[in-house]
Design a protein around this ligand. Structure first.
Ligand SMILES: [Zn+2]
Ligand SMILES: [Zn+2]
Length: 293
């Protein structure tokens, strides 16, 4: 009997299926800056998988924070591409002529490793990204394909405390490969280094954030603009003030309102560690409709 020419609705083609596996591998990644997955395949057969993670026995970025170098890259993890190649090497699987499916465009170091390992083709899920690694691959004669973009490159989440912005950001990251970025991110390494054992950092973020905004209302916006100038797609998880919403829209982004019933928001805010105090409630009340007049 002849096979139907059209695949049943929802049945992924081979590229989509292997990229879906790469996305699953990425869910094991331990660096919150970017969770990357890699699948090495030959003739649609999986040879090895990898995700970015710390060395065995060493702390994860998720627990200990990222080790960010002068260029803004996290140096704590071994990258997904390299981990997949090393897994193949460890178990004696040749990769010559194989294809690699990646959730994200590779960095130049990984691109060099893929080319040197004899990889013939690289398929990238996320069409945006630093082109430096792609250029390395193409110069080395590796075929590169990118999936078309079904998404907007920049989104911003607006909503009060406990509305569920982080949940929405996680879903966008897992389902659509958005990278969450918070306007408050620049404060994190600073406060963690100063108060490594502090149990209630959230009120400190608010205090430091208010101070920084008093110096320059656009300080956080400018830091975020530098971060999202390349790569993506990005979702900014904490749009609170009018100038932040203005910047996001001027940059071509779309705002998404996130809300939940007030009783549920109250439960969530109470459950947060360190937020069931004055600072948390001020945030809950004053920032309920943060960008309405
Ligand atoms: Zn990291
Ligand atoms: Zn890399």
């Amino acid at each position: 009997m002849e096979q139907p020419a059209v695949a049943p609705a929802g049945r992924p083609d081979w590229d989509a299926w292997l990229l879906e596996l790469a996305r699953w591998a990425a869910r094991r990644a331990t660096c919150p800056r970017r969770r990357v997955g890699a699948v090495i395949a030959r003739d649609r057969r999986v040879l090895a998988t990898g995700y970015n993670g710390s060395l065995p026995g060493q702390p994860h970025c998720d627990e200990a924070g990222c080790l960010v170098d002068a260029e803004g890259h996290c140096r704590r993890t071994v990258h997904a591409e390299l981990n997949a190649l090393l897994q193949a090497a460890r178990f004696g699987t040749p990769c010559e002529g194989a294809a690699v499916y990646l959730t994200d465009a590779p960095c130049p170091d990984c691109a060099r490793a893929l080319a040197q390992a004899g990889i013939a083709e690289v398929v990238v899920d996320r069409p945006y990204g630093d082109g430096a690694g792609i250029a390395v691959l193409e110069a080395a004669g590796v075929a590169v394909r990118r999936r078309p973009a079904p998404w907007l490159p920049l989104l911003g989440l607006v909503g009060g405390a406990g509305a569920g912005k982080d949940t929405v950001a996680r879903w966008l990251a897992e389902r659509w490969r958005y990278t969450p970025v918070a306007l408050a991110d620049p404060m994190r390494p600073f406060l963690r280094q100063l108060f490594p054992d502090h149990p209630r950092l959230r009120p400190l973020y608010q205090g430091l954030g208010d101070w920084a905004r008093a110096q320059d209302p656009d300080a956080f916006v400018q830091a975020a603009a530098r971060r999202v100038a390349r790569g993506g797609p990005w979702v900014v998880t904490d749009i609170r003030f009018p100038n932040e919403a203005d910047w996001l829209e001027a940059a071509g982004g779309a705002l998404i309102g996130v809300d939940a019933p007030e009783a549920l928001r109250r439960v969530r805010v109470r459950a947060r560690d360190g937020e069931d105090g004055l600072a948390g409630w001020v945030c809950f009340v004053n920032r309920k409709s943060p960008i309405s007049p």
